[in-house]
Design a binder for this molecule. Structure first.
Ligand code: AMP
Length: 364
C-alpha cells in the first residue's frame, strides 16, 4: 500500500495494485455507520471503493484492504465541496447515504449533492422531519403511536424525542407534564438538549423491539425482506440491570443512545404482515415522494403481547443494524445462493443498473 503523507484535505490516497474493475463505476460512502459493510460488499461485486474519511479515523480505515481510495477530509461536510465532488465525479462514483450523512447534514445540503446518491435523496428529508415522517407512515397505514402536541396533554407514559437522526441521545420518558418539565430542564442544564429545541412527544409502546430491514429494487420492481435487528440502547438497558430500590434513588434521566445491534428472527407466522407493511410503505413513498422508496429501508417498532406491531419510526436508507449480517442474513439465505450483505445487495443493484444503462432509475 502507498499513502501520501501530506496533511492537506482532499488528497486521494491510492492503494497500489487495486483490482481493476470491469465496471468503472465506484461506490463511495462516508467513513462511519456501515461504511465497512458497504465497501466490502462493493469490492465483492468487483467495484472500485472510495471512502470519505475524517483525518481522525484514517488509522482505523487503513486497516481494511478492500478500500481502494481514501478522500481525506477534516469534516464530512467537505463532501459538499467542489473538489471532493470532482474526485467522486472522475470516478463515476455513486454515493451510498447512511445515518451519519443525515445526522451531519441538513436536508438542503443532502439534496444539493451533485454526485449520484443511491436511492432517493429527497426521501431523507421525510426521515429527518417528524411531521413529514408521520405523514408518510400514515399514508403507508402503519400503526403508529399517538403523538401528543402539548405536554399538558400527557396522560400516559410517553417518550420524548429530538428531531433528526439523533440516535436516541437525549430522549426521555415522562408520565405527566411535571415529569416532562423536570426532565427537560435537567437535560437542558446538562447541555444535552437546547432550550429552543422542539421536542416530539409520542405515546410509549411497550413490547419486543424489532427493526425490520428491507430492500426495494426499482429494477426488478420487487420488495425483499432482509432481516431484523434489535438495538441496544444505553443507559435505558442498564437501568433494567439494577433493582428497583436503586432505580428509585437515581435522578439520572436515562437515554436511548444506540450502542450496538443484535439479530432477531421472527415467528414465521409474522412474515406475511411484514411483507405487507414493507409493500405499503413502498407504495406510499411512490405517491408522496417521487421516485419512491428505492433501495434499503427499515421500519422500526415493537410487537406487543398479542404480536401486534406498532411502528414508531422508519429509516429511508441503509441502517447500521444490517451490519450484523455482513455475511448474509437468514432471510437473504432464502433468496440468494451466496453470502449477500445489504452492502453487497446495493452494489449488485448498481452493477445491474450500469450494465443495463439504468443508473438514473436507482439514483437521484
Ligand atoms: P427512534 O429515534 O424513534 O428510532 O427512537 C430511538 C429509540 O427509542 C428506539 O430504538 C426505541 O428503543 C425507543 N422508542 C422510540 N419510540 C418509541 C415508542 N413510541 N415506544 C417505545 N419505545 C420507543
Amino acid at each position: 500500500m502507498r499513502y501520501s503523507n501530506t496533511s492537506q484535505p482532499h488528497i486521494v490516497h491510492k492503494v497500489q495494485n487495486s483490482t481493476a474493475s470491469i465496471i468503472m463505476t465506484a461506490i463511495a460512502t462516508l467513513g462511519s455507520h456501515c461504511s465497512l459493510q458497504v465497501l466490502k460488499g462493493a469490492k465483492d461485486e468487483g467495484l472500485k471503493t472510495i471512502l470519505v474519511c475524517e483525518k481522525k479515523r484514517e488509522k482505523l480505515y487503513k486497516r481494511f484492504p478492500f478500500i481502494d481510495e481514501l478522500i481525506m477530509v477534516n469534516s464530512f461536510k467537505e463532501v459538499l465541496n467542489q473538489k471532493c465532488q470532482s474526485i467522486l465525479e472522475e470516478n463515476d462514483a455513486v454515493l451510498i447515504p447512511h445515518g451519519t450523512l443525515i445526522a451531519q447534514m441538513s436536508s438542503d445540503e443532502i439534496e444539493s449533492i451533485k454526485t449520484p446518491v443511491f436511492g432517493n435523496k429527497r426521501i431523507l428529508r421525510w426521515e429527518s422531519n417528524r411531521e413529514m415522517k408521520e405523514k408518510l407512515m400514515r399514508e403507508a397505514n402503519l400503526p403508529i403511536p399517538i403523538s401528543v402536541s402539548d405536554p399538558k396533554d400527557i396522560n400516559s407514559l410517553v417518550i420524548v424525542k429530538r428531531q433528526g437522526a439523533a440516535g436516541g441521545k437525549g430522549y426521555f420518558l415522562a408520565a405527566n407534564e411535571d415529569d416532562y418539565n423536570t426532565k427537560r430542564n435537567q437535560l437542558i442544564s446538562d447541555g444535552i438538549i437546547s432550550k429552543d429545541e422542539t421536542l416530539y412527544i409520542q405515546e410509549y409502546a411497550a413490547g419486543v423491539l424489532a427493526y425490520l430491514q428491507f430492500f426495494y429494487s426499482p429494477l426488478k420492481e420487487e420488495l425483499e425482506f432482509f432481516g431484523v435487528d434489535q438495538r441496544h440502547e444505553s443507559d435505558i438497558e442498564g437501568l433494567a440491570r439494577i433493582p428497583s430500590e436503586q432505580q428509585l434513588k437515581t435522578n439520572k434521566v436515562p437515554s436511548f443512545n444506540v450502542i450496538g445491534n443484535s439479530p432477531l428472527v421472527l415467528r414465521e407466522s409474522l412474515l406475511d404482515e411484514v411483507y405487507n407493511m414493507g409493500e405499503n410503505f413502498v407504495k406510499a413513498a411512490k405517491k408522496l415522494v417521487s421516485p419512491g422508496m428505492n433501495g434499503p429501508f427499515c421500519i422500526e417498532g415493537v410487537y406487543d403481547e398479542n404480536a401486534k406491531f406498532t411502528s414508531f419510526e422508519f429509516s429511508a436508507r441503509i441502517v447500521a443494524g444490517t451490519n450484523i449480517y455482513m455475511d448474509g442474513s437468514p432471510y437473504y439465505t432464502l433468496l440468494f445462493n451466496e453470502p449477500m450483505s445489504m452492502g453487497r445487495r446495493i452494489a449488485r443493484e448498481v452493477k445491474t443498473a450500469v450494465e443495463s444503462n439504468q443508473l438514473g432509475k436507482i439514483t437521484t
